[in-house]
Design a protein around this ligand. Structure first.
Ligand code: ASP
Length: 449
């Protein structure tokens, strides 16, 4: 078995966290390839090293003395190294880095967060250090050169047997350091897992996996133990996120599962994300609920609209002209709605409605503001008739008005629009009726109607 274990910033925030990481790595000899983020927050008001380095860049850009800030960053690394008995000469190396800082690119400067963290971790684990600049190859347009990256990673793995690799950055073939998006250590981990044909990509973080609802809305929601990539996309899109979105694709394409685990509670099962879930097991009907507030819906009605070729396209092109992305477009026979993110149209909604009037000459046009969208996600819903009816029934009984409904074509999610004011209550009604309690025996795919 080959396991790629990626540890996020909170897993290496201080010496105590490093010790947990060592115990986890030692507990399983298959964990030979370790990817690490820069040290993160130790407590709520603390700063991530990456944020401090971004601040260093701002000091340089505005010609403000950044020496005290650099001292703070160095002190954090030195303290960890000292407490762990790591001998890597942090002070000397940091001094070298600081003395030439004005000649370095902003991306290079930020990448040192993961670089120093990985240096310390490598020595502490007794693993060789592998610099991401030597193996994670970027094209000049910022995309990954997967071919070259794979060759280099395979060579390194064969040569070293195991390694600690800093996440979040790589380099172009001419050696220029490039960064991924924020949270991009997850992407590095996924790329390493893919290139080394890992059995599993372990993502160690500070939560015990995906939760079935937002804990700020539902009290102690249960953890989702198994989820498919599609379900996770739906939930993340609606705001429930544990992983950097782009970290999914490299592993998904080659069928490697992702296991989310908690560094602080390693005995917890966490969440396993794979292409399909197993059949014939007792499963939850609904995997999770997520949602976001502050959408806006424009409703348009025109008699015999369904006979008019291009009517919908003309409506959508008005939104396109204003650069507004459309979230949903539920349609009826002679009416349809266009749901957009409220902030995207804050300044343009009147102009858009005006153009829609002129372009389409509708019988009725109105705007519904303060709309919240709730997505109920579950791969098992398509094998159980009547689920949506029961959800709507429960909401109706609670006196919650559903203002819009759409269902994804794979039938793994039902999206409902409710008033912002009903958002929390609607989620709780669905959670307590369907997610918390309901376990169903799933027939195997062959038996499905
Ligand atoms: N250190 C980077 C960030 O804070 C990348 C990561 O943590 O994965 O965004």
């Amino acid at each position: 078995m080959i396991k790629v274990a990626k540890f996020g910033g909170s897993s290496v925030a201080d010496a105590g966290q490093f010790r947990k990481v060592r115990d986890i790595v030692r507990a399983d000899p298959d964990r030979s390839y370790v990817v690490v983020s820069a040290a993160g927050k130790r407590f709520a008001d603390d700063n991530k090293i990456t944020d401090l380095l971004l601040l260093v860049n701002a000091h340089i850009a505005y010609h403000v003395d950044g020496t005290p800030l650099l001292k703070d960053i160095e002190e954090r690394f030195s303290e960890i190294a000292r407490e762990l008995g790591v001998t890597y000469p942090i002070e000397e190396k940091f001094e070298e880095f600081s003395s030439v800082i004005r000649s370095l690119s902003p991306e290079y400067i930020v990448s040192r967060g993961e670089w120093f963290t990985a240096r310390i971790l490598a020595e502490y684990l007794g693993f060789p250090f592998l610099d991401a600049a030597d193996v994670i190859v970027f094209h000049h347009d910022g995309t990954i050169d997967m071919e070259r990256t794979k060759t280099r990673l395979k060579d390194a793995a064969a040569r070293m047997g195991r390694f600690v690799l800093p996440g979040f950055y790589g380099a172009t073939v001419d050696g220029t350091i490039k960064l991924f998006k924020r949270g991009g250590g997850d992407i590095t981990g996924a790329i390493v897992a893919r290139c080394l044909d890992a059995t599993v990509y372990e993502n160690w973080t500070d939560v015990s996996g995906f939760l079935s609802a937002d804990p700020r809305v539902v009290d102690s929601p249960r953890t989702i133990h198994r989820i498919t990539f599609d379900e996770m996309r739906e939930l993340s899109y609606m705001g429930a996120s544990v992983l950097q979105e782009e970290a999914i694709f490299p592993v998904r394409e080659v069928g490697i599962p992702i296991q989310i685990k908690n560094t602080n509670l390693p005995e917890k099962r966490g969440t396993i994300i794979r292409e399909t879930a197993e059949d014939n097991v007792r499963e939850h009907l609904i995997t999770g609920i997520a949602g976001r507030k502050n959408f806006m819906a424009v409703h348009i009605q025109k008699a015999h609209m369904s006979d008019k070729v291009g009517f919908l396209r003309r409506a959508l092109s008005v939104f396109e002209r204003y650069g507004v992305s459309i979230e949903h477009a539920p349609t009826g026979v002679d009416s349809f709605g266009v749901v957009v993110n409220g902030v995207d149209v804050r300044e343009t909604i009147y102009a858009i409605v005006n153009e829609l009037q002129q372009e389409l000459k509708p019988d009725v046009i109105n705007v519904v503001d303060q709309l919240a969208l709730i997505s109920v996600v579950g791969r098992n819903m398509n094998r159980r008739a009547g689920t949506s009816g029961r959800i709507f029934g429960a909401l109706g009984e609670a006196g919650i008005n559903i203002r819009m409904i759409t269902q994804s074509s794979q039938e793994i999610s039902i999206i409902m629009g409710v008033n912002n004011a009903d958002f929390d209550r609607a989620i709780n009604v669905i959670y307590h009726n369907f997610v918390e309690s309901e376990m169903v025996e799933m027939p195997s795919r062959g038996d499905a109607q």
